[in-house]
Design a protein around this ligand. Structure first.
Ligand code: NAD
Length: 339
């Protein structure tokens, strides 16, 4: 089996995690990461042993900062079979022509539009749609979170309508530029883009979304109301969620009352960067009344898309035909065990 050579373009919140996750797989390897400026993250990437590729015009600045470089960003493209583009939203699209010219595959992230690739990826819902594709897009953290729970519920009990409010973290923990730091900010462009983004993978789903930015950095929280096609009961839905891939049920009675305790739990689990890859659902907050299902779920925005990127590489590079087998391999390497 040949080992797939993976380049990571953009070594920020998502890129550094994808690099670490790819490094843990036995069928792919990181051939390098890119950094545009000689920051502490660039220095740490080099210290971790990643080859750092930089824009031609930044080579001198990296030399001056004492950070060893392996070449230019274009050199990395030439050395890669596939690039995972983790540059900021709407920056990735500018690179698509370069990936095409280099004759390599590329995965974009949720900050790019579905139209850039024409195919979007979720491991459970549509692994095979990216099979052998040159370009694909791993949907955003919120979209991944919604699909992780809605897809299995829809498969077992059809969904007539889903109504979701996304309470968004205002910034990632490592970001001191964004806000608000003491306010709630509703998204007034309604319905929000989250519903159509879920439909990029589940086009048949009726879903309606609103969003509020909240002054927290830890996680997003979704309130979900689902109108089911038929009456159900709470135990049936809990069984579905319990067996759903990368969904973790927790109980507020066990002391996990908020996103703060979820992050503490992730630290206790000893994961890389304290990442909670699973979508966390409060078991005692799941309730079915007739055909109405209510639940809350929390999304660790820095982490949930990471195993999806690994599976997407396997699908695009035809490394594993079976979605569940790929997910199982990825999860084992990342220490994901639903507990
Ligand atoms: P980030 O700002 O943390 O990291 C982006 C990295 O790209 C930085 O290292 C930056 O220096 C680098 N970069 C900027 N311009 C570049 C260029 N022209 N060429 C090469 N590198 C460049 O961003 P992020 O949060 O990691 O987001 C990356 C993508 O992942 C976006 O599409 C975003 O929407 C998506 N995403 C983010 C999150 C999240 O919560 N942070 C979750 C899921 C998906």
């Amino acid at each position: 089996m040949s080992i797939v050579k993976v380049g990571i373009n953009g070594y920020g919140t998502i890129g550094k995690r994808v690099a670490a996750a790819v490094s843990k797989q036995d069928d792919m390897q990181v051939v390098g990461v890119t950094k545009t400026r000689p920051t502490f993250e660039a220095k740490t990437a080099a210290e971790k042993g990643f080859d750092v590729y930089v824009p031609e015009e930044s080579l001198q600045a990296f030399r001056d900062a004492g950070i060893r470089t392996a070449g230019t960003i274009q050199d990395l493209f030439r050395a890669s079979d596939i690039v995972v583009d983790c540059t900021p939203g709407n920056v990735g699209e500018g690179y698509k022509a370069e990936y095409a010219a280099a004759g390599i595959k590329a995965i974009f992230q949720g900050g790019e539009d579905h139209s850039l690739t024409g195919v979007s990826f979720n491991s459970t819902a549509n692994y095979r749609d990216s099979w052998g594709a040159q370009f694909s897009r791993v949907v955003s953290c919120n979209t991944t979170g919604l699909i992780r729970t809605l897809f299995p519920i829809d498969r077992k009990i059809k969904i007539k309508n889903a109504y979701v409010t996304v309470v968004r973290r205002a910034a990632d923990p490592g970001d001191s530029k964004s806000g608000p730091i003491n306010a709630l900010e509703p998204s007034v462009k309604l319905p929000t883009h989250h519903g159509p983004d879920v439909q990029s993978i589940m086009p048949w789903l009726n879903i309606n979304t609103m969003a509020i930015k909240a002054s927290t950095t830890l996680m997003h929280l979704h309130t979900v109301v689902v109108e089911l096609e038929r009456d159900a009961d709470t135990a049936e839905v809990l069984d579905i969620l319990r067996s759903a891939p990368r969904v973790r049920l927790i109980k507020s009675k066990s002391g996990i009352k908020s996103t703060a305790e979820i992050m503490e739990y992730a630290r206790d689990l000893g994961r890389d960067r304290s990442d909670m890859y699973e979508i966390v659902v409060w078991e005692d907050g799941v309730k079915v009344v007739g055909n109405k299902l209510y639940y809350y779920q929390a999304v660790h925005q820095e982490a949930d898309v990471i195993p999806e990127n690994v599976d997407c590489i396997r699908s695009m590079c035809k490394l594993e035909k079976d979605a569940a087998a790929s997910a199982e391999k990825t999860d084992r390497a990342l220490g994901i065990d639903k507990g």
